[in-house]
Structures are given as structure tokens and as C-alpha cells.
Design a binder for this molecule. Structure first.
Ligand code: 26V
Length: 822
């Protein structure tokens, strides 16, 4: 698979410059005087793409020739972030490219900023999928990511009068240089209609699904480069189109508009990412998206089996399929349908293959986020899958009955069908029954799955369960986003840590080195100053880079408790107002994150943050000692500027609610200290960095449980805690809402009435812990030592470690080396 003779592969500055100018001329059709920044971005991207194609093609060839066992990572979301910088890093040509464009009078940072990121995910779950693709390629693991090429990704967030306003994310507007469409591998997906059971001419029992409509899926391939390896895996995203034969009957009868309408309906399937990360109960289009990408992907795997001349009986040896939450769990029924109905395999054999193929990761235990589909909707869209699920359930319930005789309650609890009221298909149950492995994403989360949410399944299948604590890629979140820290670290311990993050341990030898501490501080200061400059530019607000940068950046959710953070800010403000000369550590509070458009309470929290910011930032009594800024339109691209500039990372969810968190890891890797609860991966971060280097507060999960069971009365805290009362009263009086006491009532009412996330119970502990952190920050040397130790001890949280564990315990896949034969 030798590359054609050419000069598109050189990595010298001269090669890059020449190819860059060629792309500008021959692809963009521009000469420098007319070229826009986007033309330059495109020219550089195509230059880089040429340089990765050799790896991509050779990787595909080696996988095909060797019939390598492959992990398919099925996910409704991939939150990839910008590609150009990452590809330069992973190809090892970042510095050359920087010099090349510089010699042409351009600034690489400006070109990188030009890229419109593919925001094809909501938050943690989608970004985790992207980190895992990076690690799989870096570890040389044969893998394919399968997902949806949404035409519009996560909405762009604007803030008007303090409220979130959504705009459509037209990320493909200027073209996407990273994808290659493969129309020759398009497949069709059936929807609706009815099922015929019949005997064919040979007297064989057959099933035929006659759909109401058919949607075509066209794959778009995106390269996933490993860091300094020859491996380039594929992320294959599906776009929905109308089949060529779109409603010819209507067309020929002169109903052109009718035919075009049907085409439009088909194209809607991959039009937009659902911006909710808790619930989309009963949305037909959402279920259509799920079956669409699942069916396309499974048909694609079967095509690959055929290309490689492998019998379907070996499907589970060739492929293992990881289900990223229940969004692709319909796969289990779809693979059964393909094997049994379309390839005439016997049910029992198909079921054995299916169970051995699938593995399921759960990402949330919030009850409202557990997917279930009303039976009526499900059967009308997927009549054959409904039958298959009933059949699976029938066998499954027999198994349960065998193991737990005379326990009808258990059967009702475990059934794939919820029959307690309106009937539903329970997707998590389908995922558990149809998989050979089930995992949570942090130790506490897995524990809670086993003891609580999936305890019946744990009793039946203890061997299926394991924990796989999340991780993040240090390539994007340290090397690319924090080059200055990267250089300092590498100057001391070499650059082996980039692939073997445990090597960061070696930094501990420098923790007392005054010069090293000084450099560490200088870097943090400079990063904070850069972010401060951006903030003045974007918001006209001056923030002091010497102040403690305290940042909470994540989706807005009541369980994540951004409003607890606000209560602390108001408390500081009240202290200043009561005693204007009070000695407090200057602190800058930054927030970033999107609220689901239909989640009123989350939007009200954004309004509260902005309202408090308006008052605090303008009050002369505050004398610039505290500042509050809501950073709009938080994205992967922006996050890469935010993590490096943080001193304190806010990880303050109610214990038991945050499955893992991954932002917590990204902040800590960039030298932020964490203020956090014993929740998700915070617990493991604290174990690693040492309790003395972590600001811990709040109820434990067990204490939360107990308080709930004993009857929690938030109002008692309000009446007995004077500062809490003052903070709440400030909001209630209309002080932050131009005198309007109504505005924040819904929020306050929830707190007084139920406070389901225990803000009042954790308030004092949080205030005290914040105070502690602000005192430590005054001792900059102590803070710096803690910061260095945090980074030095983050090795565990590389996604490379997570992927190694998946490979060992669940996937049973080994690396495959790719040689370049040029
Ligand atoms: C759920 C749903 C429910 C149906 C509507 C559409 C939709 C879209 C996304 C989700 C995902 C919610 C689960 C999630 O994002 N969990 C997060 O996963 C992270 C990676 O494991 C983890 O770090 C976070 O703690 C967890 O909240």
C-alpha cells in the first residue's frame, strides 16, 4: 500500500510551506492577497491531511489483511473539539508547521482559532468518547467509532440580559477538511410499517418487515491519529439522506412537492443533536436517530466481515461492541434481527453471539436520565424490534425464575418491559441482559450501580460487573492546551509522560526546588493573564491575574450545584458589605456551561450567576476584591484555554450524583487544586493526590441517603445559620433583580421546600472549606507545592489507563503495530 510518488509527505518546514501554498492555490483557489483566515486554515488543514493519509490507509490495509479483532465504540455523541492542533501534535509536526506559517507571515494560533469545532455532544459522555478514541489510536488498538454526523451540533450559547439564548450551530458552514464521505458504503434503514410471519416455498419459517419508510445512511470517515504512532483509526459518522428511489410514485403522479417533503423528512434524522443530557422522554425523532446510526453501523460491521471473508458465526470473535450508555442499546435487538431475519441464523446461536459481542457502560444514575420508551411509540417505529425484545424478555424471565423461584416482584422489577403503569421498554435492562460486561465510570458509581440502580442484575450476573474509572487524554488537555507547562515538565523529566502519564511522578523530586516552583508559578500567572486579557476583550470586565481563579465549568444542572457556588459568592459579598475593610483573599469566580434549552431551573441559575455578577462587579465597596464572570458558549475549544488558567477547580456535586466527572481530571492535570465533595472520581483523585492536597467538604453519599431517609428539613438550616439566611434573603428581596422579588422564587422555593440536592445541608462546610482554600492561597509557596503534587500524581487519570483496562478485562484486544511501507 505504497503511497503514489509525490512530495506530499515531507515534514520539513520547506515541504510544509510549499504544500501549504499549493493548497491555497489549487484547493481554495486563492492567492495570498485575497485569502481569508479561513482559506489559510483550510490550506493548512489539507496540508496536514495529506500527511496523515499514508498512516490512515496503511492502518486500514493492515486491519483488513490481518482480520484484526476490532472494538466498535457506539456512541450517539462524539465531542471531538478542534482537529488541526491535535493532528499536528499527534503527527509530531507542530513546531515545523508553526515555523512554516510564521515564515509566510501568519500566526498558527490564529489559524487554530479559526477552526469551527464539531460540537457533536452535550458534555461528559460525548467528550469521554473522544478521549477514548485518542487513547485507542495511541495504544494501537484496532477500533472504529460509530456515531451520527449531526448537521447542527450543540447549540451556541449567547447571553442576553443575563439569560441564555440559543443559536443553531452551523459547524459545516465553511466546509470540513477532515472528513471523507464514502457513498459507496451507504446502507438503508427501515422504519415503521408492519411485520409478516410466513413460510417460504421450501416450507421454511420466515419473517419479513415491510417498512413504512426507508432512510439512507451515508458514512463520513474521520481520521483518529495516535500520538507518535503509525496508527490512524476511523470515526465513522452517518448522515441521513432520502433513498435514490424516493417516492417515485408520488413524483410520477405529479406530486413533486410530496416527494420532496418525504426527502426532507429523511434528512431530518441526522439534522440536530438533542441538547438534553437528562431526558428526552417519548421523542420519536430521538429513537429514530438511535436506530438509524445503530442499524447503519451494524450493517457496516457485517459488510466488513464479508470483505474479510469471515463467517457470521465468528462475529463475536471479530468484533466487540461497546455501548456508550443506553443510547445505542437498541443494537442488541438490531443485531438479533440482522442475524436471524436477514441471515437466517438460529435464535440461540444468534443470542449467544449477541451476548458475547456487547458490553454496556452506564454513565448516570439520575432516575430521570434512565431511558425508557413507551411501548406504543416503540412498536409503531420498530415493530420487528418490539417482537424481538418480547422474545428476549421471555427467555430472560425464565432465567430469572429459575434462579429466583417464587419471586414475582423481582420479575416485575427486572423485566425489559415496565408494566407498572403506562408500558415502557427499559433500555438499561435490555443493555444488561444483552451484554457480557457492564461497567460504571468511577468506583463509587459502580458501587451504587451494584447496590442500588442495577442491584437485581448484580444479584443475577455478578460476573458481568466491573468498574472502569474514566480518564482524559493528556495530549489534548495538557500538551496541546498547555504548551508552557508541557515544556517545563519535559525539561525536567523528559517527554515519556505524554504516553505514560505515571511518569509524572518524577516531578515530585522537584517539589522543593525553589527555581522550579518559581517557573511553575510564572507559567500559571501568564496563563491567567492571557485569560484575563480575553475576558476584558469579550466582556469589558477587568479581572486581576493575581487573584485566586476559582472556576466551575460544566453543564448547568441542579445536582452539580452551581447555585451553591453562588451562595458562597453572596456570602463573601455580604461580609464585605457588613465590614468594608475586611481582609479577604482576592478571588475571581468564573463559570462556564450550557443549560438544556427546556430546563428552566438551569436557565434560572445562569440568570442568577449573571445577576450576582452585575451587582458584585459594580459595587465600589467590593474594591475589585471579588469578581464574577459567566463565560458564554463554553466548548471544547474554549475549555482548552480555561483549564490551564485555573487555581481552584469546583467539583461540588451532591455526593452520589456525579457518576465520575472528567473536568475534575483536566483541571488537576493543569495544576488546579480541587474543592470538592466525595463524589464520582473526586474520591479517587483525592486518594491519588493525598488528602492534604485536596479541599474536601460535604456530606458523604451514605450521609445523604440517611438524611433523606430520616426526613431532611432544609428550612431548619435557613433558620439556624445566619449567613445562609442573609445570602438567601438577599436573593429573595430582589437585591440582585432590580428589586423584583419574583424572579428567583422558583429556585428559592425548591430549596426551601425540598432542596433535593442538599445545598443547605452542605452550605456551612462549603463556606469553611472555601475559607481554608483562600488562606492557603495566601501562602503561594505552599499552594505551588500542592499544585505540583497534584500534577505529579495524576497518572491514573490518563484515558490510556482506562482503555488498557477495557482491553484487558472486557474487550480482550491487543495492540496491532502499523508499519509504513514507503
Ligand atoms: C443522557 C440523555 C438522556 C436522554 C436524552 C439525551 C441524553 C443525552 C445524554 C445523556 C447522557 C447523560 C449521562 C452523562 O453525560 N453522564 C456523564 O458521563 C460522564 C462520562 O462518563 C461522567 O463523567 C459524568 O459524571 C456523567 O454525568
Amino acid at each position: 500500500h505504497k503511497q503514489p510518488e509525490n512530495d506530499l509527505n515531507g515534514s520539513s518546514v520547506a515541504d510544509l510551506k510549499r504544500d501549504f501554498l499549493n493548497k491555497l492555490f489549487y484547493v481554495q483557489g486563492k492567492f495570498p492577497a485575497l485569502a481569508s483566515l479561513n482559506d489559510y486554515y483550510m490550506a493548512l488543514s489539507y496540508t496536514v491531511r495529506d500527511r496523515l493519509l499514508e498512516r490512515w490507509i496503511n492502518t486500514a490495509a493492515i486491519y483488513t489483511d490481518s482480520g484484526a479483532r476490532t472494538i466498535c465504540y457506539l456512541s450517539a455523541e462524539f465531542l471531538m473539539g478542534p482537529q488541526l492542533g491535535n493532528n499536528l501534535i499527534n503527527l509530531g509536526i507542530y513546531d515545523q508547521a508553526q515555523q512554516a506559517v510564521e515564515e509566510l507571515g501568519l500566526d498558527l494560533d490564529a489559524l487554530l482559532e479559526q477552526e469551527e469545532e464539531p460540537g457533536l455532544g452535550n458534555g461528559g459522555l460525548g467528550r469521554l468518547a473522544a478521549c477514548y478514541l485518542d487513547s485507542m489510536a495511541t495504544l494501537e488498538i484496532p477500533s472504529i467509532g460509530y456515531g451520527i454526523r449531526y448537521e447542527f451540533g450543540i447549540f451556541e450559547q449567547d447571553i442576553r440580559d443575563g439569560w441564555q439564548v440559543e443559536r443553531t450551530d452551523k459547524w459545516l458552514r465553511f466546509g470540513n477538511p477532515w472528513e471523507i464521505s464514502r457513498p459507496e458504503w451507504a446502507v438503508e434503514v427501515k422504519l415503521g410499517g408492519h411485520v409478516d410471519h410466513y413460510t417460504d416455498e421450501q416450507g421454511r419459517y420466515r419473517v419479513r418487515w415491510i417498512p413504512y419508510e426507508v432512510v439512507k445512511g451515508v458514512p463520513y470517515d474521520n481520521p483518529i491519529l495516535g500520538y507518535k504512532t503509525n496508527t490512524a483509526n476511523t470515526l465513522r459518522l452517518w448522515t441521513a439522506e432520502a433513498p435514490e428511489s424516493f417516492d417515485f410514485a408520488a413524483f410520477n403522479s405529479g406530486n413533486y412537492a410530496g416527494a420532496v417533503h418525504k426527502k426532507m423528512v429523511s434528512e431530518n434524522v441526522s439534522k440536530v443533536l438533542y441538547p438534553n443530557d437528562d431526558s428526552d422522554r417519548g421523542k420519536r425523532l430521538r429513537l429514530t436517530q438511535q436506530i438509524f446510526f445503530v442499524s447503519c453501523s451494524l450493517q457496516d460491521t457485517i459488510r466488513i466481515m464479508q470483505v474479510q471473508d469471515l463467517p457470521l458465526a465468528k462475529f463475536h470473535e471479530k468484533f466487540v461492541i461497546q455501548l456508550n450508555d443506553t443510547h445505542p442499546a437498541i443494537s442488541i435487538a438490531e443485531l438479533m434481527r440482522l442475524l436471524v431475519d436477514e441471515h437466517y441464523m438460529k435464535w440461540d446461536q444468534a443470542w449467544a453471539i449477541t451476548q458475547r459481542t456487547f458490553a454496556y457502560t452506564n454513565h448516570t444514575i439520575l432516575p430521570e436520565a434512565l431511558e425508557r420508551w413507551p411501548i406504543a411509540l416503540f412498536s409503531s417505529l420498530l415493530p420487528r424490534h418490539m417482537e424481538i425484545i418480547y422474545e428476549i424478555n421471555h427467555h430472560f424471565i425464565d432465567d430469572v425464575r429459575m434462579k429466583f423461584p417464587d419471586d414475582p416482584d423481582r420479575i416485575a422489577r427486572m423485566s425489559l418491559i415496565d408494566e407498572s403503569g403506562e408500558k415502557y421498554v427499559r433500555m438499561a435492562h435490555l443493555a444488561c441482559v444483552g451484554s457480557h460486561a457492564i461497567n460504571g465510570v468511577a468506583a463509587l458509581h459502580t458501587e451504587l450501580l451494584q447496590q442500588d440502580v442495577l442491584s437485581d442484575f448484580y444479584a443475577l450476573y455478578p460476573h458481568k460487573f466491573s468498574n472502569k474509572t474514566n480518564g482524559v487524554t493528556p495530549r489534548r488537555f495538557v500538551v496541546l492546551s498547555n504548551p508552557r507547562l508541557t515544556d517545563l515538565i519535559s525539561s525536567k523529566i523528559g517527554n515519556g509522560w505524554i504516553k505514560h502519564l505515571d511518569e509524572l511522578k518524577k516531578l515530585e523530586a522537584y517539589v522543593d526546588d525553589i527555581e522550579f516552583q518559581q517557573e511553575w508559578q510564572d507559567i500559571k500567572y501568564n496563563l491567567k493573564r492571557d485569560l484575563a486579557n480575553q475576558i476584558v476583550k469579550d466582556y469589558g470586565i477587568n479581572v486581576d491575574p493575581h487573584s485566586l481563579f476559582d472556576i466551575q465549568a460544566k453543564r448547568i444542572h441542579e445536582y452539580k450545584r452551581q447555585h451553591l457556588n453562588v451562595l458562597h459568592i453572596i456570602t463573601l459579598y455580604n461580609r464585605i458589605k457588613a465590614n468594608p475593610d475586611i481582609d479577604i483573599t482576592p478571588q475571581t469566580f468564573l463559570f462556564g456551561g450550557k443549560a438544556a434549552p427546556g430546563y428552566f431551573m438551569a436557565k434560572l441559575i445562569i440568570k442568577l450567576i449573571n445577576s450576582v455578577a452585575d451587582v458584585v462587579n459594580r459595587d465600589p465597596d467590593v474594591r475589585d476584591r471579588i469578581k464574577v464572570v459567566f463565560l458564554k458558549d463554553y466548548s471544547v475549544k474554549f475549555a482548552q484555554h480555561v483549564y490551564p488558567a485555573a487555581d481552584l477547580s469546583e467539583q461540588i456535586s451532591t455526593a452520589g450524583k456525579e457518576a465520575s466527572g472528567t473536568g475534575n481530571m483536566k483541571f488537576a492535570m493543569n495544576g488546579a487544586l480541587t474543592i470538592g465533595t466525595l463524589d464520582g472520581a473526586n474520591i479517587e483523585i483525592r486518594e491519588e493526590v493525598g488528602a492534604e492536597n485536596f479541599f474536601l467538604f460535604g456530606l458523604t453519599e451514605q450521609e445523604v441517603q440517611k438524611m433523606s431517609a430520616d426526613g431532611y428539613s432544609p428550612i431548619d438550616y435557613y433558620h439556624t445559620n445566619l449567613e445562609l439566611k442573609l445570602a438567601i434573603d438577599r436573593i429573595a428581596s430582589g437585591f440582585f433583580s432590580h428589586g423584583d422579588p419574583e424572579l428567583f422564587k422558583p429556585l428559592l422555593h425548591t430549596l426551601f421546600d425540598r432542596d433535593p440536592y442538599f445545598l443547605f445541608a452542605d452550605y456551612q462546610a462549603y463556606i469553611d472549606c472555601q475559607h481554608q482554600a483562600s488562606l492557603v492561597y495566601r501562602d503561594l509557596e505552599r499552594w505551588t507545592r500542592m499544585s505540583i503534587l497534584n500534577v505529579a500524581r495524576m497518572g491514573k487519570f490518563s484515558s490510556d489507563r482506562s482503555i488498557r483496562e477495557y482491553c484487558e478485562d472486557i474487550w480482550h484486544i491487543k495492540p496491532v503495530k502499523v508499519e509504513l511501507n514507503t
